[in-house]
Design a protein around this ligand. Structure first.
Ligand SMILES: [Zn+2]
Length: 1014
């Protein structure tokens, strides 16, 4: 496992013609273990890039250049609609069918400001080619029915279909998705910057669509946009993984038959550079009762170089990293220290997904009248940096970070191939060299050489691209309590204006079309249509669970887990401290403790010096909190509950203190050559951390509060899920307390000094004293044999420095009180959650429930909340690790109707038996969801969490066997046995505007307690 895999051998040579493709270039890039093939389909001119490597998670992506002509959302609505069905696959929603019944590890579509990408990934070869075949046909030959356009884009409806005099309203999935996006301050801010920095290009339009412009898009324009841009001649195929290049070419030759070369004008024009800076002002919605103070964000943005000039782009990336990338960055520091605002604007850093790169920086939590002052401070700081020069260590640290990121194998929510694809398109889309940005180690070496020859390299970058660059925009984003009302009023005006001009027969047509759409949506696809889709059988699935190599050790008396994995020269160390017994009144402060420990000074260094040391010697140092139930925690309990029909509310004895676990986990990652020093830094932080710098503490507090606050609107469904789940188990209670609305309330109060300063600091010191002790610790080591050896050695001194003394023993128990809540937020859409207690892993009901949850998400909920309801998302989540089952909706125009859908979904599951074909698909999809690939760091961490949960590989195998052999009778029986008692004690939480909540309460039998967001 320790040898470095090389790049695969070259199989085709440049200049060859294979299967209708001209091989333009072949380049091994051993540093990232890839052999790259750049090819062109001779007849159509289609461009193909294959990154051949040993990763078995193969990625297939088709991209088109799609510059938007206006803000009606053409590229975005088309992205949603092509995936509905094609000539060969005449389904109503082929995308959803693929999501259900394949082993896809990634299936999605992205609309960017200038391109649209359709990626699919799978670890199974037959599945991969099935998915690629269907996806290509959907994209190149879609049906684009008017019903699909109306459903995904927009259509008119009468508020009351029976009453021709009632209001005209607009419905549509993209329409509601964008209404949600247009209530988030962060997205409005980014939009203002992009649209105003590039006023003479397609970037001045919103490819996603503005809710105001979407309703004016016509069906004809929509089809014409597809004809214009979706041809192989305007396409880029990005392929990644271990399938040989020749196999791809044979496949592509076949699917490209019938296509000819066409002329496509999709070039993205460059924005001419301005002679003088400019300014713009915008508004975002806030609650009427909210204070307007410190709610403005000020940003300064520059248009920089062309993306295709990769050498300059890389220098800009390093310069930007040095200026604002760490706490030691001079521009970040100057802004924070100025006190002109609370924390850095979330729109800070370099953006490369545009033809010309943009850099932006600014302050959040400020006032409009401070805008000029902030701009001046930014310019003055840059002038000072250019004059005095950068701190060399800061540049070294940034170079190290870039090198580290280029080397690390990362597979978070996205396959690693997607990360590489992003880098390729920065240049490829604009006719540059697609490989320019891939070989990080070599690129960084070249930069080091240039820097050695020319020590003022980065100061010159600051001078040329910032100080002497007049293409600069000052953007001010102010809060507006009237924003949503004004929008609503102007919408109503417009609709009544439109309606007044419509003759009676046109209104009748709107009514009939809406009715026709509803009946189209209600009808299921016929078996002939479904049979067109290639599918896998349950018997083709892997029976055995994949295990993570784990050795249990004892290091100096401390229990440790060790995972030997190929990690490309990087090692990972986790330190998990038991926190289950931390007194109840101190539990809410744990997230702050983690943030402060890793972001303040230690061992005689102030925070700035420590930040530099972290950037130079580690790939990152962070902390997290984790709580969960033991794998068999709810088993006995739920069975008892299902036996008794009289169950009313979740009983407190459902959770006893032995049955859950809680940890505070610190993680450091480092290149082999830095392991010793990286572990030393962690030891310094834990044993000699300095929490006395009060200014720094207040800055970090403000940053944490603002980030959590800004996350509410984009992740409203998760906040709602936390609010609803908090009374159901200690683990779920902690999740809410640490990352939900309760945490936001605490941070807001602390910031307002409601908690006396001494008491607050005293709590943190006490926690630090209490937690960082040897007896509370579990170590987790991930790396190859060499890395593990180095880690083992390095931890010796760390352990010798940690004081002894263990947990008090008794876990502390919060008071769990269930209540249905409505949280008022400034958004025109709703997030509706209903959460119930559910069986944990080892319960016999867990496997059937897992399959049911998949079936429900992509079946009943998808159909009724998204397709028919027009919400961006409707789903359920079953979490057997935490014993919770949640119904959720996202950017939902409905509230009461959605709660009703949840009720009817349960009835449907109990009353309708699933067909054999649907069962097969559901099982394949459920196994696919279990087999999500993980990166090496993720595998090591997952093994640690499974250990805490007491989840063995034998438990996992039993669960998998249960999924593989589930029958339709079992599903139906489980639905009745689980849901009937569970829904009685379900808890509801809704995040929506206050008006919506008040109106809902008029109709709800059990009222929502209306709360405000702090
Ligand atoms: Zn969308």
């Amino acid at each position: 496992m320790t040898q470095t895999p090389k790049c695969p051998a070259i199989t085709i040579t440049p200049g060859e013609n294979r299967h209708g493709f001209m091989i333009r270039r072949v380049e091994p890039i051993p540093e990232i273990r890839v052999t790259a093939y750049e090819m062109e389909h001779e007849r159509t001119g289609a461009r193909v890039l294959h990154l051949h490597c040993e990763d078995r998670e193969n990625l297939y992506a088709i991209a088109f250049r799609t510059p938007p002509p206006d803000s009606t959302g053409l590229p975005h609505i088309l992205e949603h609609s092509v995936l509905a069905g094609s000539e060969c696959y005449p389904l109503k929603d082929a995308f959803n069918e693929l999501l259900k019944g394949t082993l896809q590890t990634f299936l999605n579509a992205f609309t960017y400001p200038d391109k649209t990408i359709y990626p699919v990934a799978s670890q199974v070869r037959a599945d991969y080619f099935n998915l690629a075949r269907v996806y290509t046909d959907l994209v190149l030959r879609p049906r684009l029915l008017w019903q699909t356009f109306a459903q995904e884009g927009h259509h008119f409806e009468l508020a009351d279909p029976e009453d021709p005099g009632s209001d005209l309203i607009v419905s549509g999935i993209v329409y509601n998705e964008m209404k949600g996006a247009y209530s988030s301050q962060d997205s409005l801010m980014y939009k203002a910057l992009q649209e105003n920095l590039y006023p003479d290009t397609p970037y001045a339009c919103d490819s996603g669509g503005s809710p105001e412009a979407i309703p004016s898009l016509t069906y004809e324009q929509f089809k014409a946009f597809h004809r214009a841009y979706y041809s192989p001649s305007n396409a880029y195929w990005f392929l990644y993984g271990d399938i040989p290049t020749a196999d791809h070419l044979i496949f592509l030759e076949e699917i490209l038959s019938g296509f000819e070369r066409v002329q496509v004008d999709s070039e993205i024009p460059s924005q001419p550079r301005w002679d003088a800076p400019s300014a713009v002002r915008g508004y975002y919605p806030v609650e009427k009762a909210e204070s307007m103070q410190k709610k403005t964000t000020v940003n300064v943005g520059w248009m920089l170089s062309e993306n295709t000039d990769h050498d300059t782009a890389l220098l800009l990336q390093i310069t930007a990293g040095a200026l604002v990338g760490s706490a030691a960055g001079p521009l970040r520091k100057a802004l924070i220290d100025s006190g002109l605002g609370e924390d850095l604007s979330p729109v800070t850093g370099l953006e490369r997904d545009l033809k010309q790169i943009v850099f932006a920086v600014g302050l959040r939590g400020t006032e409009p009248q401070k805008a000029q002052q902030i701009e001046r401070l930014i310019i003055d700081t840059l002038r000072r940096v250019a004059g005095d020069g950068f701190d060399r260590e800061l540049i070294e640290g940034t170079l190290h970070q870039v090198e580290f990121q280029g080397k690390e194998i990362q597979r978070g929510t996205f396959p690693y191939g997607i990360t590489l694809m992003g880098r390729v398109f920065h240049t490829w889309l604009y006719d540059g060299d697609p490989l320019a940005g891939l070989n990080f180690p070599r690129l960084i070496e070249a930069v080091r050489r240039r820097w050695a020859e020319h020590p003022a390299l980065f100061e010159d970058v600051v001078r040329k691209w910032f100080l002497e660059n007049p293409h600069r925009l000052l953007s001010v984003m102010e809060p507006s309590p009237g924003y949503l009302d004004e929008q609503e009023a102007s919408f109503r005006n417009r609709m009544s204006g439109i309606k007044a001009t419509l003759p009676a027969d046109a209104i009748e047509k709107i009514r009939r079309d809406a009715e026709a759409l509803k009946s189209f949506q209600a009808k299921a696809d016929g078996p002939e249509a479904l049979d067109c889709l290639p599918r896998l059988n349950v018997r083709d699935l892997e029976r055995a669970v994949e295990t993570i190599p784990t050795e249990r050790l004892n290091l100096g008396g401390v229990p440790a887990l060790s995972h030997e994995l190929f990690t490309n020269g990087i090692a990972y160390l986790d330190l998990a401290f038991d926190i289950a017994d931390i007194p109840e009144d101190m539990q809410p402060y744990l997230p702050l403790l983690g943030k402060f420990m890793t972001n303040m000074g230690a061992a005689g260094l102030d925070y700035e010096q420590l930040a530099k040391r972290i950037a130079l010697k580690t790939g990152g140092l962070g902390s997290s909190l984790s709580a969960g139930l033991l794998a068999d925690a709810h088993t006995r309990n739920v069975r008892e509950e299902t036996a008794g029909p009289s169950l009313s509310a979740p009983s407190r004895d459902a959770v006893s203190d032995e049955r859950h676990w809680q940890k505070m986990i610190f993680r450091v990652r480092a290149l082999h050559r830095h392991i010793g020093e990286a572990v030393d830094i962690l030891a310094d932080v834990l044993t000699a951390g300095d929490l006395s710098d009060e200014t720094r503490m207040r800055d970090l507090l403000a940053e944490k509060k603002n980030r959590l606050h800004a996350a509410v609107i984009p992740s409203g469904h998760l906040f709602a899920r936390r609010s609803a789940g908090a009374s159901l188990s200690v683990a779920a209670f902690r999740d809410e307390q640490w990352a939900g609305k309760t945490q936001l309330e605490l941070l807001t109060n602390l910031q307002a000094y409601n908690d006396p300063k001494e008491a607050f600091q005293g709590k943190l010191l006490r926690l630090k004293e209490l937690i960082f002790r040897r007896e509370r610790l579990t170590l987790n080591l991930t790396g190859d044999a060499e890395g593990l050896g180095l880690l083992g050695k390095a931890t010796e001194s760390l352990l010798s420095r940690l004081p002894g003394g263990g947990p008090a023993g008794r876990a502390s128990m919060p008071d769990l009180q269930a209540r249905d809540a409505g949280v008022a937020i400034p958004a025109p859409v709703c997030y509706v959650a209903q959460v119930m207690k559910a069986p944990t892993y080892t319960d016999p009901m867990a496997a059937p429930l897992w399959v049911l949850s998949r079936q429900l998400s992509s079946g009943y909920l998808y159909k009724h909340i998204r397709v028919q309801g027009g919400a961006y998302g409707g789903m359920c989540q079953y979490d057997p690790m935490n014993g919770l089952f949640a119904f959720l909706s996202y950017r939902d125009p409905h509230l009461l109707e959605t709660l009703d859908v949840y009720r009817r979904a349960v009835d449907a599951m109990i009353n309708e038996r699933i067909t054999a074909e649907d069962l097969e698909k559901a099982v394949v999809g459920a196994i696919g969801a279990l087999d999500r690939p993980m990166d090496p760091a993720g595998r090591g961490f997952t093994a640690l969490i499974r250990t805490f949960a007491g989840l063995t590989d034998a438990d996992r195998q039993a669960f998998r066997d249960g999924v593989l052999t589930v029958t339709s009778e079992q599903l139906q029986e489980t639905a009745a046995r689980y849901f009937l008692p569970a829904v009685v004690s379900a808890v509801v939480a809704v995040y929506a505007s206050e008006e919506r909540l008040i109106r809902a309460n008029e109709a709800l039998p059990s009222k929502l307690t209306i709360e405000r967001l702090p």
